[in-house]
Design a protein around this ligand. Structure first.
Ligand SMILES: *Cc1c(COP(=O)(O)O)cnc(C)c1O
Length: 438
């Protein structure tokens, strides 16, 4: 399987090169040259397979011989070492909990998978690989944890000053060693644009073997398909069924992975991209005008993104055709007030605690189901983080109801070493820092 750049279909690279470079030198995102179809027989028999076998079937064609199968198998076992429970909330609405990993967000899946791939490639190359990553909150922690102390890899994380929760900040700044945290005086889009510029800068590339661990990296993006299959495996009772997924979306990597799963043959009827008031995509689907506004801060800060990188992949998957896209995707935005209100209601009515991102996922799903008056198809929203990550934003009377996980208690009891470097949002300041260090 080769990957081409969305900016030039003739620039083909291997999985290894796509993971090692993150973004194509022409600035385009990589896309697999074809999307393999899994047989309907395999799909119907999903419950008969264990999760590792399913993951192997899904990911193998994208890696092929770049990594030996035995090694891929190890990577899969290391990645899927926590649970992905699907729970019924009410009527046909279910939640897929993706927060049982080490940093309590779905990003643990992609980050771990990619770290292990990179570990393999950097050993093979015999040189240090520098991972440059911008985070709106959860990527930083997941990447820091997934890559911490991996030989041959150093990680530089850019996060927006004041843009992330205190727990997220602690997850990024407390590890040290090969993890470097840069606090940027700007928002997530500033961080992302600084990272993108660094990738295209000649001097920086002369000094470093750079790669990105953002969801644009295929090593992080593609394994996110796993849990769509795992959800289907848990829900399949009567055949054939088709699922509806609502995905709280920021950079649109997660939902785009779901769309890839659908193209591979997973029966998904419809997607809902649920956003906060950073609503470029809901507006685009209405007006056909792609017009990002400056980022607005919200309580679902991991989605405070107004120019989502992965949307170019989605647009491409649906042949840059609005009619085709609308047949498969709706998108709604919700305010902080609506988010807080539904968190309270869900606790009161169903004793289910949402985090602000999952709350938006639920709101989007509910709105869509009401609009089309659907009460029968199994409908799933993704709960992308544990509510304890966003404690500052949960209404105070609910805070004590949130039960920390064991993993988190251990983490909270380690002291915060707070190893960070503060920089302005000027690319040249960042570039000088990169060129001057060791
Ligand atoms: C990153 C993140 C999102 C957004 O995911 P994308 O793949 O960027 O759309 C949603 N919720 C949480 C908790 C996140 O950390």
């Amino acid at each position: 399987m080769l990957y081409y750049s969305l900016k030039n279909y003739k620039n083909l690279v291997s999985f290894e090169d796509a993971v090692l470079t993150g973004l194509s030198p022409d600035g385009g995102l990589y896309m697999p040259e074809c999307i393999p179809k899994l047989s309907p027989k395999f799909i119907h028999k999903l419950p008969a397979y264990d999760i590792y076998t399913i993951a192997m079937f899904v990911i193998k064609p994208y890696i092929e011989k770049c990594i030996p199968e035995k090694y891929i198998d190890n990577i899969i076992h290391d990645t899927l070492n926590f649970s992905f429970p699907l729970k019924k909330i009410h009527d046909n609405i279910h939640v897929l909990e993706l927060f049982h990993g080490p940093t309590l967000s779905f990003k643990d899946v992609g980050a771990k998978f990619m770290a292990e791939c990179l570990n393999f490639f950097s050993e093979k190359l015999g040189k240090t690989v520098t991972v440059l990553v911008a985070t709106s909150g959860d990527t930083g922690g997941a990447v820091a944890k997934g890559f911490h102390k991996k030989p041959g890899i150093e990680v530089i994380i850019l996060y927006p000053y004041n843009g992330i929760s205190s727990l997220q900040k602690k997850q990024i700044t407390s590890l040290g060693d090969n993890i470097f945290a840069l606090e940027i005086d700007g928002d997530f889009d500033d961080c992302q644009s600084m990272v993108k510029k660094a990738f295209l800068d000649k001097k920086v590339n002369d000094k470093y073997t750079l790669t990105s661990a953002n969801s644009i990296n295929v090593g992080r993006w593609l394994p996110q398909m796993f849990y769509y299959f795992l959800a289907y495996r848990q829900i399949i009772e009567k055949n054939p069924i088709e699922l509806i997924f609502s995905v709280p979306s920021g950079n649109f990597g997660n939902i785009c992975a779901g769309m890839m799963a659908e193209k591979m043959g997973l029966p998904i009827k419809f997607f809902i991209a649920s956003t906060n008031i950073n609503d470029t995509i809901p507006r685009f689907l209405k007006s056909e005008k792609y017009h990002p506004f400056p980022v607005k801060k919200t309580i679902s800060n991991a989605m405070d993104i107004s120019n989502p990188s992965n949307f170019s992949r989605i647009w491409y998957l649906y042949k840059k055709n609005m009619f085709q896209l609308r047949k498969k995707l709706s998108s709604y935005k919700f305010t902080d007030e609506e988010t807080l209100s539904i968190i309270k209601i869900m606790w009161k009515k169903y004793k289910y605690m949402l985090d602000p991102h999952g709350a938006i996922g639920y709101l989007g799903l509910r709105q869509y189901l009401q609009e089309i008056n659907n009460t029968s198809d199994p409908a799933i929203f993704l709960e992308t983080a544990h509510p304890i990550k966003f404690l500052d934003h949960i209404p105070s009377f609910l805070r004590k109801k949130i039960v920390p996980t064991q993993e988190l208690e251990i983490f909270l009891n380690t002291k915060n070493t707070n190893k960070k470097i503060s920089l302005s949002n000027n690319f040249h300041v960042f570039k000088d820092w990169l060129l001057e260090r060791k």
